[in-house]
Design a protein around this ligand. Structure first.
Ligand code: FDA
Length: 306
């Protein structure tokens, strides 16, 4: 049943008609639990609230199904505006983005041009920008773009490695030359067994393996997981190997395990919450439901609450 629900939500996340219909209803479908608002100032208010609890943030302007240069330019402007608002409001946040939003499926050149505009602004404000990792079809090109931009923009840029891919360990070795700041995740897309571990236990053990490898390499790790087993393992491993707290951080998604987020911050770890905002929230929301169909219960409750 859980697998059926998971696949249904992943299918819905890619459905353009459902996406358009959902946008009309705004954040009323229960998505407000996972999305900070439709406008930048609502997102900044959410960041402030988290900062007041000792939690730092990465902001993400949502946007999917980009087919024209104009749409890519609009989303590029949204990223630039987000950076400007972070700088002018003085909140403690950086930026996460998806390169398909910036026209990667239209052309690599267009995406690079838009990435450079964003990174010029980020460098000016000294704000870090992370490229989220999307599905396997975009994996190699994303890594190649990261390598090129890392040479131009230095430590302003980081990327994500997904433990469910067989190639992730090799990618950690490949990227080590850049001493990269990597977000390490289990992986959120539906991928075939040719490229990704089908079994959860194999994903989990590969996740531990790549986290340990990256930390022992002396590189900065953003461990993005809600899984207590992983979090406890990282804490213990860091202590045993004298890895300072300044070499890693924990990350979780907005609205998920908020108590655990506060606990980690109180324990003295850097806790960063991924705060998405914008009116194109539908695909993101469906992927959160797919990850944990139990969330549907919360959503149904919130739909009936005033
Ligand atoms: P997993 O789903 O394996 O669950 C393990 C345990 O965690 C559960 O048994 C439960 O105890 C707890 N848990 C999980 N979800 C919970 C919930 N909603 N409520 C309560 N407890 C819960 N993916 C990707 O492909 N590319 C990317 O760029 C990113 N970026 C990203 C950023 C951040 C900040 C996060 C946290 C995650 C991502 N991901 C991602 C998503 C990631 O790949 C993965 O799909 C999810 O984090 C789910 O995996 P977990 O490691 O959280 O635990």
């Amino acid at each position: 049943m859980e697998t059926l629900l998971k696949n249904t939500f992943l299918f819905l996340s890619k459905n353009r008609f459902a996406n358009r219909t959902a946008k009309k209803y705004g954040l009323r479908l229960g998505a407000q639990r996972f999305v900070a608002g439709e406008q930048i100032m609502e997102a900044i208010a959410a960041v402030r609230e988290l900062n007041n609890q000792g939690i730092v943030v990465t902001l993400d302007h949502l946007g999917e199904f980009i087919f024209t240069e104009e749409e890519a330019a609009e989303l590029t402007d949204c990223c630039i505006r987000t950076l400007d608002e972070i700088a002018s409001s003085g909140v403690n946040a950086n930026l996460s983005l998806k390169m398909t939003q910036l026209g990667l499926d239209i052309s690599r050149e267009l995406c690079m041009q838009n990435m450079r505009k964003i990174l010029d602004t980020a460098s000016k404000h000294q704000i870090f920008v992370r490229i989220d990792m999307e599905d396997y079809a975009h994996n190699e090109i994303s890594l190649a773009i990261f390598e090129e931009l890392r040479k131009e923009y230095g430590t302003t840029i980081g990327i994500v490695i997904q433990a469910y891919l067989y190639k992730s360990e090799q990618d950690i070795d490949r990227l080590h030359a850049y001493r990269p700041n990597l977000r390490l995740v289990k992986g959120a897309y539906k991928e075939p067994a040719e490229v990704a571990f089908p079994k959860k236990e194999d994903v989990d053990s590969n996740y531990i393996k790549i986290i340990e490898k990256h930390l022992l390499n002396g590189d900065y790790a953003a461990v993005a997981s809600h899984d207590d087993k992983i979090i406890e393992h990282v804490k213990k491993f860091a202590k045993e190997h004298q890895i300072p707290n300044s070499q890693f951080e924990f990350q979780m998604l907005y609205g998920i395990r908020t108590g655990a987020q506060q606990e980690l911050a109180k324990e003295g770890y850097t806790m960063r919450v991924y705060v998405p905002y914008g009116n194109d929230w539908y695909g993101y929301f469906m992927r959160r439901l797919a990850e944990r169909p139990a969330n549907v219960g919360f959503v149904i409750k919130s739909m009936f609450k005033k």
